[in-house]
Design a protein around this ligand. Sequence first.
Ligand SMILES: [Zn+2]
Length: 213
Amino acid sequence: MATTTQTVSGIIQEIKRQDGTGPSGKPWTKWSLKIQEDSGENHYYTWFGDGAGLRTGEHAVFTYSTKENPNNAQHPYRNIQSRMPDLPPVHQPDDLSDMPPGPGIPPPAAESPVQPLIVPIVIDVPPLPPNPAAIGACANHAVDLIVAGYYPKPEGRTMDSWIWEIRDHIYWNVNQQPCMNGHFCYRHGEPFIHSTRTDSWGHVVEGEEPCME
Ligand SMILES: [Zn+2]
């Protein structure tokens, strides 16, 4: 079974600690957590990390990978890899179309002093207020892309802060971008114009050759 990194967000219902010593004499601590996920499902997770700060009743977010459970194929083992910055619990509809139009809160990520990885598409459409379900999905995409090597973590950055940054980058520059329906240049972020003379689509780029579809 392929191992993929996923994210779990929920309330910690139970914490069990088990200490032991490995074959080389190195001590280990295993934390067994029962988490009531934001979806309402309960699952058990195992973590060999620093669980000393965990509290029952606390809302937390973790990345984890799954491993085949030979005794129960329906319930693979869930091994936590790291704790992530928390998000508010998801109570909102998954579908953005169910949300009322937002008051036009400016995207905070746009103020980031860090150079964006992709040139952001700037279009004058007021963004919706952050949607927790969409942010959660973006966190999953961010982890997948980092693990796949598309966004290598810069030296000196913690993995948590890097996932956070890529999550926000994907949220504002992909998830919250308007949905275009053909004849749109995603590279320059503007619509292609139809030329009846040449029957082609393109747009002007200042100081360069026109960009053709
Ligand atoms: Zn273009």
